[in-house]
Design a protein around this ligand. Structure first.
Ligand code: CTP
Length: 407
């Protein structure tokens, strides 16, 4: 399996004749299992049409700092930083002298340079330019500077260049660039390989009548970030979710709506799992009698009788198979640590991830979270991070719980 499976890759395309090769590279990255977002510079569009990349990549091409559409930036006022922050890898192919210079100097004049400067992910450049430009001391100095900062360089190779010239400056072949990335970028151990992980995500909906329900504010973002992180780290992942979010290829996804449906699906699958993470916000109450027809206003105020749901986490905790690690979540608005400690003990979980859902940088809907992870060994505070980073911190604790140091 390619190390790129499930990775979020930003493919930056600059203006150069080798932009046509980036089309093939895009295709190879997608085929390797990556989620590829293409960022084109304005110059790149002189060489290859946006439509070509949009058709091949995982989401529409992005070009502008001020474009607020598309998966990574939807609904956000800062998509230029989000793309870089959420990436697992940024590849620029072809990388022109201008891009290399701007990146080396921290000059962020367009979306691609913003992505490069906002990311902490590995960056790989595939330079392509005329021999004279490649050999110019300023370009060579910038390349050395970037390499010194850990930026990967693939190529250029020697061969035919635009205009009939020949020499060093040709962009590496896409297959070679992919092979280099697979061999050099994601070399860390897949520390969850061999583990079966079940994650629940989203908030359940309890119907009142065919059009109304009792719901909660859970967006499913933290649960789905756990799915993505566990998959990237080599686990076989199943997600039982109430939200319509894409999952990486290879992840089994089961859609549910109500607490009862979630209970049934979790109960069926949990015994075979090594790790169960109950990140879903499961309703505590459901409607006793669901009206078969829409309740009409003209009939006056309805009385809605509620009854308790089954506590899935507590049930799992009381029948936990040997060797299974059970992770619960706690959504709290006050007394976070004390309430969470009580839940950890009451529900028989190995780990409890508590968040203050009233905070304005954590909890429901946000892309960031701040959590306290409790276990029998004590408490770990994870400061405000992206939900993907929080997911990795939770999985590190899962491994510690299982007696394996996270890599
Ligand atoms: N949970 C569950 N089944 C339920 C309710 C909650 O499995 N019927 C799980 C959640 O998935 C979460 C944990 O229990 O992992 C804690 O959920 P939370 O809503 O924080 O706490 P509750 O137990 O519902 O208690 P309260 O709402 O009173 O805080």
């Amino acid at each position: 399996m390619s190390a790129l499976v499930g990775r979020r890759v930003v493919l930056g395309v600059c203006g150069g004749i080798a932009a046509y090769k980036a089309v093939h590279l895009c295709r190879l990255l997608v085929d390797a299992g990556a989620f590829v977002s293409v960022v084109m510079t304005d110059e790149a569009t002189h060489f290859v049409g946006e439509t070509t990349f949009s058709a091949l990549s995982s989401e529409p091409v992005r070009r502008s700092l001020f474009d607020d559409t598309g998966a990574a930036g939807a609904g956000s006022s800062i998509p230029h930083t989000q793309l870089g922050q959420n990436a697992d890898l940024v590849v620029v192919a072809p990388a022109t002298a201008k891009l290399i210079s701007a990146y080396a100097q921290g000059f962020s004049h367009d979306l691609l340079t913003n992505v490069l400067i906002a990311t902490r992910a590995p960056v790989v450049l595939c330079p392509a330019m005329h021999t004279e430009m490649w050999e110019h001391p300023s370009v060579q100095d910038n390349v050395a500077l970037l390499q010194g900062r850990g930026v990967g360089m693939v190529g250029p190779t020697v061969g035919h260049l635009a205009g009939g010239d020949e020499g060093p400056g040709r962009m590496a072949e896409p297959a070679d660039a992919l092979a280099w990335i697979e061999a050099n970028v994601f070399t860390a151990e897949s520390d969850l390989a061999g583990l079966e992980v079940l994650v629940t995500a989203g908030g359940t909906r309890e119907p009142i009548d065919p059009v109304r329900f009792i719901g909660n504010r859970s967006s499913g973002k933290q649960g789905h970030a756990l799915v993505e992180a566990a998959h990237r780290r080599g686990a076989r992942v199943t997600v039982i979710t109430t939200v319509d979010r894409p999952v990486p290829p290879g992840v089994e996804r089961i859609s549910v709506e109500t607490a009862a449906e979630m209970h049934a699906e979790v109960t069926r699958r949990a015994p075979a799992m090594d790790v169960v993470v109950m990140a879903a916000a499961v309703a505590d109450f459901t409607v006793s009698t669901v009206a078969p027809q829409k309740i009409k206003k003209r009939d006056g105020l309805p009385a809605i009788d509620l009854q308790p749901t089954l506590d899935i986490l507590a049930e799992l905790g009381s029948s936990k198979p040997e060797g299974q690690t059970l992770v619960g979540f706690a959504a709290e608005t006050d007394n976070v640590a004390d309430n969470a400690q009580a839940k950890l003990e009451a529900k028989g979980a190995d780990l409890l991830v508590a968040n203050d859902v009233s905070s304005d940088r954590a909890g429901f809907e946000h892309d960031t979270n701040e959590v306290l992870i409790l276990s029998g060994r004590g408490q770990t505070h994870v400061g405000v991070r992206s939900k993907l980073e929080v997911a990795d911190a939770v999985l590190d604790q899962v491994l510690l719980c299982r007696g394996v140091e996270a890599t």
